[in-house]
Design a protein. Structure first.
Length: 203
């Protein structure tokens, strides 16, 4: 993955008034009976594959020169309300799963170690780890570099705010991921080096 993915942050609060207005219009139009659409003539069955036209590209805020992070942050009340709704939704999902599988234990609490291990596993998979024997490894070396850089950012931003155990685990994972990257990148470089032809007369 050579380029960072583009994303657009959308302030969903500004659509609330528009949604309420649209719902009122839909309720009014629902009272009016709509004429029955004419039945289209039977078309001949299509032969062969169908080509799907690509959708027109949508201009993002960044492409328009706007900063998507300039929107005001959510208020404390909005954050608390969203967190409460999130916790309730997560509990409903857990209850549904537990009802289908009564023997399922309580889910393990997510910790900082889970975040570190998830990034480490992602980096190793991107470098071909876990490939079944006999199959060629698919390596996403650029994606692996970005994931390792995320670990580095995490270490930098959390410096002084971790326990000794958490800091040791993060530094160990970062070291192992970088070593694996060096080995894989060295193998990639060697694949592009050919054996020079032997001069005539030399055996």
């Amino acid at each position: 993955m050579s380029d960072s993915p583009k994303f657009e942050v959308i302030d969903r609060r500004k659509f609330k008034a528009e949604e309420e207005h649209e719902s009122g219009q839909q309720a009014a139009s629902a009272a009016k009976p709509e004429p029955e659409p004419a039945k289209p003539a039977a078309a001949a069955p299509a032969v062969g594959p169908r080509l799907v036209e690509p959708a027109a590209p949508v201009e993002t805020e960044a492409e328009r020169g706007e900063d998507p992070f300039e929107m005001p942050p959510p208020t404390a009340e909005e954050t608390d309300e969203q967190r409460t709704a999130y916790d309730a939704s997560a509990q409903r999902v857990e209850d549904l799963l537990r009802a289908q599988n009564p023997a399922m234990g309580a889910p393990e609490a997510v910790t900082f170690d889970h975040l570190v291990q998830q990034l480490y596993v992602s980096a190793m998979l991107q470098m071909g780890a876990g490939t079944p024997q006999g199959q060629a490894a698919r390596v996403d070396i650029f994606g692996a570099r970005q994931t390792i850089d995320l670990l580095d950012i995490l270490a930098e931003k959390t410096k002084g705010n971790l326990t000794d155990t958490e800091d040791r685990a993060l530094q160990t994972v970062l070291y192992e991921a970088r070593m694996a990257f060096l080995e894989v990148s060295r193998m990639i470089a060697l694949q592009g080096v050919g054996v020079p032809p032997q001069p005539k007369g030399n055996k």
